[in-house]
Design a protein around this ligand. Sequence first.
Ligand code: FES
Length: 104
Amino acid sequence: MATAAALRQAGLLEVAAGGAVVLLAWFDGAPWAAQGLCPHQFARLCDGRIDGGRLHCPRHQASFDLRTGAPDDRWQISGLRLYPVRLRDGAVEIDLSALPMRSG
Ligand code: FES
């Protein structure tokens, strides 16, 4: 997975967890996790940026509220799926039970 120190330094990290692409960020003094691909056209959100409490997609610049996952008002797309995450012994842990099921 990722350590808190690595996440703080990187700002945004993409990890694979439970068969899903997950985006990790360090936000407001704590780890944060969401789906790693944009709900618009699946850009990798790890190449985006965080500004003003929002995550900005690198491809078409939709932005998502980090607290709710909701897109900005210009977009009629799904919000980001957020995942429960916590720190344990310096490691970032994602609640795998909240991840989408893998088919097959
Ligand atoms: S792919 Fe993210 S806004 Fe289009």
